[in-house]
Design a protein around this ligand. Structure first.
Ligand code: ADP
Length: 759
């Protein structure tokens, strides 16, 4: 850097205050002039006085320059300059350079100019008064004591005069020039400041516009109450887009069906541009930005090629895409595009648009939650209605057989005719088994609702299962003189592995319905076919076709739901709980199949279902910007633990024909005591579960823990009304060998006795 640039930068930069720069001018000019005069004096007529005076001026100027600029003591500089000019330099020059004869006028003019330049108001007066007094004093002293004034030679005088006029002239012209430059610089500064102010004002106005837009959006969204219409949302988006001068805005939601980074346009405002129709899958640029919660903002032409081509095809010159996160979950993004200008949206624009977008997202989420809630509420109401109707039906369904049981019991009691008593008992049995069916349905449906229905698989013979299922409806079929035909395809395998009881339950239910809803002399067809094989399992297709009352299309859609019946009057005409088909559907679904209806009102109905069942081991047909014939168990001894007296009586009476010897205990503790008193006496124990003092589980555990060889071997069979799978498992876990459900079926007890009581 040369000396001129250095002086400019250090002493005349625009950053310095005006007076600092003026002082620097004075000092430099003074120093320059004094140095020049010093040189002239040394060359032409060396005079120690003059050399001393000029040197003094040079050093004073240097000193002032240093102190003012180093310590920024500009006020000190001003006063230092003026005071040294008026009270040191001027008197010194006056007496050294020939007094009033010298170029003193020019020097004093310089002092006055400086006073006017630097000082204002009373400061100017405060300085000029003593300065003029000092000037007058110099003249007075010179007149009174002329010998004090050093007389100059004519050459010296001429030189000094020239010098003083040159200094004063140079200084004044310099000041004028300088003032001009300063004026221009200050003017530019002022202009810059005012254009900065204008820019700031524009920014403020723009920000205000953005905030007003945001407020409008908030008011529209909050004012929507419970629902946001598509029109309302478009308006909101338009407000946002116009506030940042965008041509189109679109709110994109994640579209999980399309993949992790696929988005579907939910709402948009496109002004007079083409609206967005298709889903988009964003590229890596967007993925990375959204993953880091950043905006994608800027001109299309600087984007990677893929993105550039895609946006250019839509005529987009600039775009702003803001990811939307609600409760830390990435919901989608909002995009603003400009098809007319290339630009980068400001940080402020992006932030305010983000706030707007968040509000929209929050409102949409609120909307979705409200819809879910309404649907759930509607569902709950519907379920509650269906359950109320179900309860009414159920009451009817339970009371009807109970009425039969009570009525027939009274009739039997009052009759001495054995045949009539038999008839009554038969009716009581029918009503009881109907009641049991209703209770089983309720239990099944409650299991389904608790998601606890499970299949219990074993090898079974298909034909045997089918026969059992048909046997249940046999009597009613005959009673109604129905033409019942069965067809089983030759290729249907017999040896299967699955839950035969549940499969039989479905067929029984469909057959039962067909019988119920088909008038006398009607026809029912049961058809079983092998529909294929898949994953090593057979697909069986089973259909039950009847010529009954049929079901309308509208009714069909409801039937497989719990508690639903084709119509309410059906209940009164035909009875039923409305649970059978729901249970059947669930069982069929658990067997990986499906069920459907083919029917028209008044034209009969066909219920068709498929199930997938594995092949099994043959078990043989049981022929027996089982007979109810009593076997003979004479000589065997059984311990019955049962707290309810009537239940004890029933077991004793049921088993009387078998000649079995039965000892009774009235609770678990008594059973343990009786067994431990004589373990070898008992061949088997029937154990109720719920008993006072000690339940059946505990009693079993204690018996098994006894120190007697028979304690571990004696078969213990639960006889309980707790019939769920987990109840059975609990019995087995406690050490029992088997389980018989209540109400007791003679055949079930007999089966266990045949199994364990062998000679
Ligand atoms: P339930 O028969 O105990 O009422 P289901 O679930 O088995 O319960 O049947 C529900 C309803 O479906 C019946 O009430 C009846 O309205 C209708 N339905 C079932 N099977 C038939 C059929 N074969 N013909 C006409 N309607 C039927």
């Amino acid at each position: 850097m040369d000396i001129v640039s250095l002086i400019k930068e250090k002493l005349f930069t625009d950053e310095l205050p005006l007076e600092a720069r003026l002082i620097n001018v004075i000092c430099l000019v003074g120093m320059g002039a004094a140095s020049a005069a010093l040189a002239v004096h040394i060359l032409i007529m060396p005079s120690p006085h003059l050399i001393f005076t000029k040197l003094g001026i040079v050093f004073s100027c240097l000193f002032l320059l240093y102190v003012c600029n180093r310590f920024r003591l500009y006020t000190f500089g001003i006063w230092g300059t003026l005071v040294s000019l008026a009270f040191v330099f001027f008197p010194l020059s006056f007496f050294m350079l020939g007094g009033a004869d010298g170029g003193m006028t020019a020097y004093f003019t310089l002092i006055i100019v400086c006073a006017f330049l630097f000082l204002h108001g009373r400061h100017r007066l405060l300085f000029l008064a003593p300065a003029i007094a000092a000037l007058s004093a110099c003249y007075f002293v010179a007149m009174r004591f002329p010998s004090l004034v050093r007389q100059m030679t004519p050459l010296e005088q001429a030189l000094d005069n020239i010098q003083s006029f040159v200094i004063a002239g140079l200084f004044v012209s310099y000041v004028i020039l300088f003032q001009g430059r300063v004026y221009l610089a200050e003017k530019k500064k002022a202009e810059d400041a005012s254009s900065g102010l204008a820019r700031a004002k524009d920014n403020l106005l723009h920000r205000e516009k953005l905030l007003v837009a945001l407020t409008d959006v908030a008011m529209s969204l909050l004012g929507t109450g419970t629902q946001v219409s598509a029109d309302g949302m478009t308006k909101v988006l338009k407000t946002l887009a116009l506030s940042i001068d965008a041509d189109r805005v679109c709110f994109w939601k994640r579209n999980p069906q399309g993949g992790e980074w696929s988005f579907v346009p939910v709402f948009q405002w496109a002004g007079d541009r083409r609206p967005v129709k298709a889903d988009v899958t964003v590229t890596a640029l967007w993925r990375t930005a959204f993953g880091e919660r950043r905006h994608v903002n800027g001109m299309t032409r600087v984007l990677p090629e893929d993105d550039r081509l895609f946006l250019e095809a839509g005529g987009i010159l600039s775009s702003l895409a803001i990811p939307i996160f609600l409760r830390n979950r990435f919901e989608g993004f909002i995009s603003f595009v400009d098809c007319r200008n290339e630009r980068v949206f400001s940080e402020e624009e992006a932030n305010i648009m983000q706030s707007g977008a968040l509000m929209i997202a929050a409102v949409l989420q609120r909307e979705a939650a409200r819809r879910d809630l309404e649907a759930a509420l509607e569902g709950a109401h519907a379920a509650s209605r269906a359950k109320s109707e179900f309860l009414a039906n159920m009451s009817h369904e339970i009371r009807t057989p109970l009425n039969a049981i009570f009525g027939m019991t009274t009739l039997a009691e009052n009759s001495s005719d054995a045949a009539r008593k038999d008839y009554c008992l038969k009716k009581i049995r029918e009503a009881s088994s109907h009641l049991l069916g209703v209770i089983n349905d309720i239990l099944d449906i409650s299991k389904i609702e608790a998601n606890k229905l499970e299949l219990s698989c074993a090898n079974f013979d298909f034909k045997t299962m089918l026969k059992k299922a048909i046997t249940v409806s046999d009597f009613r079929i005959q009673e109604k003189h129905l033409n019942f035909t069965t067809h089983v395809g030759d290729d249907v395998p017999r040896a299967l592995y699955g839950d035969d009881q549940r499969l039989a339950q479905v067929i029984t239910n469909l057959l039962g319905n067909a019988v119920k809803f088909t008038p006398e002399y009607g026809a029912i067809e049961l058809d079983v076919r092998l529909a294929g094989k898949e994953d090593g399992r057979y697909i069986l297709r089973i259909s039950v076709k009847d010529s009954g009352i049929g079901i309308s299309g509208e009714q069909q859609s409801r039937l497989f739901h719990s508690f639903e019946q084709a119509d309410n009057s059906t209940t009164r005409r035909f009875g039923g709980t409305g649970l059978g088909l729901a249970i059947s559907r669930r069982i069929i679904e658990m067997m990986d199949g499906r069920i459907w209806i083919e029917s028209e009102l008044g034209k009969g109905a066909t219920f068709v279902f498929t199930v997938k069942i594995s092949g099994g081991a043959p078990v043989g047909e049981t022929t027996r910007p089982l007979t109810e014939e009593a076997d003979n168990f004479e000589g065997f001894h059984v311990l019955l633990a049962e707290d309810v007296e009537i239940n004890r009586e029933i077991v004793l009476a049921l088993l009387e024909p078998t000649r079995l010897a039965i000892d009774c205990a009235t609770d678990g503790a008594e059973a343990v005591a009786m067994f431990s008193g004589n373990p070898e006496r008992y061949d088997m124990i029937f154990m109720d579960v719920q008993m006072p003092h000690m339940d059946g589980y505990e009693a079993t555990r204690r018996i098994r823990a006894l120190d007697a060889p028979r304690a571990g071997a004696v078969p213990i069979i639960a006889m309980t009304a707790n019939v769920f799978r987990e109840d059975v498992e609990k019995c087995l876990e406690s050490g029992m060998n088997g389980h018989i459900g209540k109400p007791l079926e003679f055949r079930a007890i007999l089966a266990q006795m045949r199994r364990y009581l062998r000679r």
